[in-house]
Design a protein around this ligand. Structure first.
Ligand SMILES: C[S@@+](CC[C@H](N)C(=O)[O-])C[C@H]1O[C@@H](n2cnc3c(N)ncnc32)[C@H](O)[C@@H]1O
Length: 143
């Protein structure tokens, strides 16, 4: 049975950065040294308690300009690799264009979080922030 009821997700913030189009963006955070600022909306300020420079955060974004009608893509746009189902790739094109990026926090000031490792464009809605899964001893476990 297919579950087709819509689920409402409310943005908790927005990315501000110098990357203005998808074509300019790094393909993934793991290959990005781009910087940006996450503006967290004031009503969620309390949820940032404990966030500090030096931490890694897992940010979930809604890729608002991504196509949602494609179920197969060429991974990284490389036609030599053949078409693959989007659920086996990290393509921005997918039915629910949610992206996951591990970002390094460089500064926290009020509701603004400066980060590096940006792979999304300016204006991308933020739908959640989570503590990154740290390795034992890395100080970020079980948060
Ligand atoms: C492949 S996704 C990877 C995202 C995330 N790190 C992940 O693995 O889920 C990154 C690409 O998405 C595209 N992109 C970034 N922000 C976007 C947005 N707001 N709307 C549509 N496409 C976007 C850019 O082409 C960028 O290279």
């Amino acid at each position: 049975m297919e579950q087709e009821a819509a689920i409402a997700v409310t943005p908790i913030g927005v990315m501000h950065c110098g990357i203005k189009t998808p074509g300019e963006a790094p393909m993934n955070y793991s290959e990005s040294d781009a910087t940006g600022t996450l503006e967290i909306f004031p009503s969620y300020l309390e949820a940032m308690s404990g966030l500090q420079a030096g931490q890694t955060v897992m940010a979930l974004f809604w890729l608002h300009e991504a196509r949602r009608d494609l179920l197969k893509v060429y991974p990284r746009g490389d036609r030599s690799r053949g078409l693959r189902g989007v659920f086996t790739t990290r393509s921005p094109m997918r039915p629910n264009p949610i992206a996951v990026s591990e970002l390094t926090v460089t500064k926290v000031e009020g509701n603004l979080i400066e980060v590096t490792g940006v792979d999304v464009i300016d204006g991308t809605p933020v739908v959640d922030l989570k503590s990154a899964v740290g390795k034992p001893g890395a100080g970020q476990r079980d948060r």
